[in-house]
Design a protein around this ligand. Sequence first.
Ligand code: DGP
Length: 124
Amino acid sequence: MLSPTDAFKNKECIFCKIIAGTLPCEKVYENDHIFAFRDISPQAPVHVLIVPKQHVVDILDVSSENSVIFQNLFGAVQQIAAKLGIAGSGFRTVFNSGDHACQTMYHLHLHLLGGTQMSGSLVG
Ligand code: DGP
């Protein structure tokens, strides 16, 4: 039997629909490999989700065969942080993976958070 999480993975992917333009979003950046848009419930003045256009479930779904995804994601972080004016002040990047990290969207995404002084705590 599928767990609730596994069942969710088998549904149509919302982030793929956003990338395809069939669901609306506030886009902040796009290149051939990456799409980035503002989080629907921001946890900081700047809260952007950076996603590979290729559907990859999570960080465990990246292997030596497709590890260029990380290069593309981190390259986009540099571009977007500069574009949104937070490269100098600092920012936080987060991958949530699985239940203990409260991952809810099963299309790999990197949270880019900034625009305010954050606490030093990474959990809570
Ligand atoms: P995570 O817990 O790492 O799986 O975070 C998923 C994030 O995705 C969460 O912060 C809310 C955001 N999100 C979910 N659905 C949508 C949507 O339809 N549009 C946008 N812009 N963000 C979404």
